[in-house]
Design a protein around this ligand. Structure first.
Ligand code: G
Ligand code: G
Ligand code: MN
Ligand code: NA
Length: 250
């Protein structure tokens, strides 16, 4: 419970921050956007990663104010970036179930005067999503506005083929456990190839996560994967440390 009290205080004290990791278009080599990843600069425990506090935030309902803060900050940051860049924000299922995320996003985009297609929402499968009307209705409205919707962590056991039928996602993010073995393990390539073919046959773009070695990128390029993210390109870091995020002077 101490952690819950700390987390409430952290929101008012401004202890949360976002790190950004680039997504690279594989064909052109250009950065096309950044995924926002939340961190908590805890006063005594140092910088905490999402695994250490998101589950508790979900249990206690604090994910709603925290999620709003994340969306507002990410869109505010995006408004200051060059127009060709997107931001991707991870959503918890409970944020969608709550029903107010649509309003938060519409206000944030309007306030920053940001085109909706520059925002991408990353959704992980949860069994509650397909049979929850509020979640599905909001996702459809967001998609109709032009916001992009990505299915995160595909293939991890939280996602199923059936899930792909429940919503027309723009993009599939291929979990790094599939990408890891490329060029090293024989079973890696057939899996990645099948996942890319499945996504593309459903008109979804693909992002390979956790790309760490040049040989992985070469294979992904040959397989027609759309985008790549991983330590090969950059670790997540604060926006202020990323040169590409400065507006070009004209
Ligand atoms: O670097 P990393 O430890 O940041 O992120 C681990 C996982 O935490 C991500 O895969 C993502 O699912 C989750 N995560 C990161 N940032 C956010 C966020 O802003 N909101 C939610 N709900 N989850 C996040
Ligand atoms: O689940 P989600 O994909 O949203 O979170 C991405 C997570 O993966 C973050 O915790 C991020 O720090 C981590 N990550 C990003 N690139 C790499 C990589 O190349 N290798 C590894 N091991 N982790 C990565
Ligand atoms: Mn993600
Ligand atoms: Na992921």
């Amino acid at each position: 419970r101490d952690m819950e009290i700390d987390m409430r205080a952290a929101l008012t004290r401004g202890e949360f921050l976002l790190h950004y990791q680039p997504a690279i278009d594989i064909a052109s080599g250009q950065t096309v956007g950044y995924e926002a990843l939340v961190r908590w600069n805890h006063p005594t425990r140092g910088v905490l990663y999402p695994g250490a506090f998101i589950p508790l935030a979900e249990e206690t309902g604090l994910i709603l104010p925290l999620g709003d803060w994340i969306l507002n900050r990410a869109v505010e940051d995006l408004a200051s970036w060059p127009d060709h860049l997107r931001v991707a924000v991870n959503l918890s299922p409970s944020q969608l179930r709550s029903g107010h995320v649509l309003g938060t996003i519409m206000r944030a985009l309007a306030h920053g005067n940001v085109a909706p297609h520059r925002l991408e929402l990353e959704i992980t499968e949860s069994t509650t999503l397909h049979n929850n009307e509020t979640s599905v209705a909001q996702l459809h409205k967001l998609r109709n506005m032009g916001v992009r919707i990505a299915l995160d962590d595909f293939g991890t056991g939280h996602s199923s083929l059936n899930y792909l039928r429940s919503f027309p996602f723009h993009k599939m993010k291929i979990d790094r456990c599939f990408v890891e073995g490329l060029g090293q393990r024989e079973d890696a390539l057939p899996m990645v190839r099948a996942v890319i073919a499945l996504a593309h046959s459903l008109n979804m773009a693909t992002t390979a996560e956790g790309v760490e070695r040049p040989e992985q990128l070469d294979i992904l390029r040959a397989e027609g994967c759309t985008e790549a993210q991983g330590y090969l390109f950059a670790q997540p870091e604060q926006a202020s440390g990323i040169a590409d995020l400065a507006q070009p002077a004209d």
